[in-house]
Design a protein around this ligand. Structure first.
Ligand SMILES: O=C(O)CCC(=O)C(=O)O
Ligand SMILES: [Fe+2]
Length: 277
């Protein structure tokens, strides 16, 4: 493990122009640890995987639900990294108790969404196997949508999850259609998701990214369904990379496995969720 992890988290703020709510730590883990974690993910029993239309995932620690998560003990191979993360003191004394594993083949991604109120608003993600671009978007109406526990029938995380509600955004995002003008809201700066895309973070393999506070609660984030990423000046952590890249360069994606480590505040015992018999 990167033994030189500086506990002074302010060192990892990605940009002075950005609200200090994104932290990027390159080489958070070393190559051996990356292999170890990838092996652990792929040696999980088959039923541990949830297959979505364009992606696979695993839930560890329980399944977050509006009524609460029936907490399950995390395996030691994940707990080790949670302990390391906890040293950064960003969870304000709360221990992360949930890990979502996502697997993305080249060309796969996740539509713009917000993670919602089931999680404490500090999201930490370790990237394994490949880089990706994590993109941030303003909401369609330019203002924060109040988080609610609603299901939009989305498959984003395999459980209730708030996504951008305009269907066109999702279609347009995957390049299938242009949004009809009539659909553009009066208050909307633009219903074109590319116009609302205001910054990206390049997540290198083995890195850790932390998205906190406003970046988490006020905006949407997503990963485009692309096989390649072009470096643009929307990427705010270019100065923080372990492998420098230049504007205009193109990076080819490989299979990426991400570990998203969060705190689910509301946990319940199974008997309360399902009722006593
Ligand atoms: O894979 C990632 O880095 C992001 C995943 C994500 O946004 C989510 O699962 O909510
Ligand atoms: Fe997310």
């Amino acid at each position: 493990m990167n033994s030189e992890l500086d506990k002074d988290i302010e060192k990892y703020v990605v940009s002075k122009d950005t609200p200090p709510s994104i932290y990027y730590i390159p080489e958070f883990i070393d190559k051996e640890e990356e292999d170890f974690l990838v092996n652990k993910v792929y040696s999980a029993p088959k039923p541990k995987w949830t297959q979505l239309a364009h992606r696979r995932l695993q839930n560890w620690g329980g399944l977050p639900q509006p009524k609460g998560m029936v907490a399950e003990a995390l395996p030691e191979w994940l707990q080790t990294y949670i302990n390391k993360l906890s040293q950064l003191n960003l969870f304000e004394g709360r221990a992360p108790n949930h890990v979502l594993v996502n697997e993305y083949l080249p060309g796969q991604g996740i539509m713009p969404h917000e993670d919602g109120p089931l999680f404490y608003p500090v999201v930490s993600t370790i990237s394994l196997g490949s880089h990706t671009l994590l993109d941030f978007y303003y909401h369609l109406d330019g203002i924060q949508q109040k988080p609610e526990c609603v299901s939009t029938g989305s498959e984003v995380n395999g459980y209730n999850h708030k996504v951008e509600e305009d269907e066109n955004v999702i279609k347009e995002y995957s390049g299938q259609t242009e949004p009809p003008e009539a659909k553009q809201g009066k208050n909307s700066p633009s219903s074109n998701s590319e116009d609302r895309h205001f910054l990206s973070i390049l997540l290198e393999r083995r890195s850790l990214v932390l998205v906190c506070g406003e970046m988490y609660t006020q905006h949407l984030h997503g990963i485009a369904e692309q096989t390649h990423d072009t470096i643009t000046n929307k990427i705010v952590n270019l100065q923080h990379l372990s492998n420098p890249v230049s504007i205009g360069e193109t990076l080819q994606r490989d299979t990426r496995v991400s570990l998203t480590i969060r705190h689910v505040p509301r946990t319940v015992k199974a008997k309360f969720l399902f009722g006593r018999r």
